[in-house]
Design a protein around this ligand. Sequence first.
Ligand code: 5GP
Ligand code: MN
Length: 338
Amino acid sequence: MLNQQDISRLRQMVAEAKQAAIVAHINPDGDAVGATMALQGYLQQFHPHLTVQAVFPNQPPAFLMWVEGAKSSFCFATDKEKTLQYLQQCDLIFFVDFNNVDRLEELGARMRHLTARKVLIDHHPQPDDGFDLEFSDPSMSATCELMYLIMDALGDAKKLSVATAEALYMGILTDTGSFSYGIQTPSTFRVAADLMALGIDKNAVASRVFDSYSEHRVRLLGYTLKDKMMVYPEHKAAYIYLSRQELNDYHFEVGDTESFVNYPLSIKGIELSAFLYESLDASHIRVSLRSRGKNISVNELARTHFKGGGHFNAAGGKFFGTLAQCCTYFEGILQTIK
Ligand code: 5GP
Ligand code: MN
């Protein structure tokens, strides 16, 4: 929970800093982009002495790029030198929507020697050590919910711009599956109500995020559910799997398979779902895991079997081997779950 001492330290760190970066995890999702751009907008509005720049390890999907400021964010994968040069000059770096430097991949390794003060703002369990200041609260539905409460504790929530409020709302909307799963606390709805009071058009935000798919993406979803889904009712589990060739056949673009892993969970009786697919550089299999209810912690599953992590009901990791081996391995895990 937020305490006044941490808020005072944050206020002091921001006041003392000259150049800041806000860094989110690789394959940034709605919460990562929303929280990053909201914090950038907030700092620009309330702390104009500070030079601030959003940094993503790789390009966020197109359907998140409408958020104010996103188009001028730095992308490490496409512009390494410029990004590293900027980071080297920072005296303050925010780590947003992740808590483990491995989730920055190569960028994390390149940032290890930096001496800037490090502030964590995140809602995943089991954070790394090494931050100068931590706002880490797994009871939050989204980092964006926590971000809003921090801005509120700083005394500025009522004066947020509509663009900042929309970015925050987007993060909550996407991390809760449109308020249908994740943490259930009244706080989420109070924050959403406050954001509406600031003048956001919540229907337009939902439409920009969820109604902007390509035809290829919708057809890829159809193909995946029809031909690439294995269902094991006896284990209350199902998984879907895609090769790079299949992704290419459907003109895959970043973000196209976002939320695919949720579909098997819509089958009655299914409590565990996985999505296994070949990574872009063919170096590994990406593993996305979801569970429903309180029986299966996919965070534990991801940590134990896939060098990953996440939340109780939503997690991810990697498998080093072929797609076929990964499917066999996952089926083996199912035998151990009753
Ligand atoms: P997704 O399946 O949407 O990629 O990720 C679901 C959740 O698991 C997110 O909260 C994400 O932060 C977390 N997650 C995904 N991949 C990894 C990973 O490789 N390592 C860790 N620690 N967390 C992950
Ligand atoms: Mn999140």
